[in-house]
Design a protein around this ligand. Sequence first.
Ligand SMILES: NC(=O)c1ccc[n+]([C@@H]2O[C@H](COP(=O)([O-])OP(=O)(O)OC[C@H]3O[C@@H](n4cnc5c(N)ncnc54)[C@H](OP(=O)(O)O)[C@@H]3O)[C@@H](O)[C@H]2O)c1
Length: 249
Amino acid sequence: MAKLDGKIALISGGTSGIGAETARLFQSEGATVIVTGSSERSVVAAKAALPGIEVLVSDASDVAATKALVEQVKGKHSRIDILFVNAGIAKFAPIAQVDEAFYDNQFNVNVKGAFFLLKHAIPVIPDGGAIILTASVSGAAGALGGSTTIYGSTKAALRSFGRTFAKELAPRGIRINTISPGPIVTPILDKVGFTPAQKDSFIEGAKTRIPLGRTGTAAEVAAAALYLAADATYTTGAELFVDGGLIDL
Ligand SMILES: NC(=O)c1ccc[n+]([C@@H]2O[C@H](COP(=O)([O-])OP(=O)(O)OC[C@H]3O[C@@H](n4cnc5c(N)ncnc54)[C@H](OP(=O)(O)O)[C@@H]3O)[C@@H](O)[C@H]2O)c1
């Protein structure tokens, strides 16, 4: 028997990178998987890349859309056994260059969207269900630099959600855990505002600081998500760093 046979899994931000790889893995373990993306264009591409997986447009920064998403999934599947709150954006800038729009954009997607998806989904998650949040080493390590100030603070909010929600959900046997990846080569690195040379230098620079000497893969984060979804039955409120040892700076 596969680890997720008969389970309904909703993954926000599953059109590419970590979310898409986790969707493939959960599907291979028997789950019915629904993923979201922010735009019609990314969803069309993901439908072709993820056969057998339901791909929906749902803007994570739009509170009404998070409610509508949960209602849509509930209407079709009646419940959400596993919720992977993974949608996120990353923009890096030194403090002096941060303006209100830069701040709001990341907080709206990464924090507000995550909170309201959780709020709307929790009543639809049966007792004994599992929730996983994607934070980041940037949420726990200031040493990664000033350019990660806003992104890191959004991810610090998520790791805080993981701990406080765990306490509130424990009486229902719902486990919630946080994955904090280090640098993982995914399409996000093409969206942060790097030039190709800056991207290469970011990856090479990261390798020199990571004890395991390399960046990670989306498949390695997906394996951690599967562990938290299926195997970690006595673990809640925990944060699992998938970072090659980087956090122990
Ligand atoms: N890669 C890393 O090094 C790394 C490290 C630490 C943490 N993380 C976190 O891991 C998560 C996944 O990132 P990734 O590396 O896999 O990057 P990615 O390939 O860019 O994936 C991001 C996903 O989030 C979705 N998304 C972004 N904005 C959205 C919105 N407004 N509404 C709905 N969906 C939205 C994207 O969908 P669309 O394409 O449709 O917008 C995409 O499916 C993020 O939360 C990120 O912060 C990544």
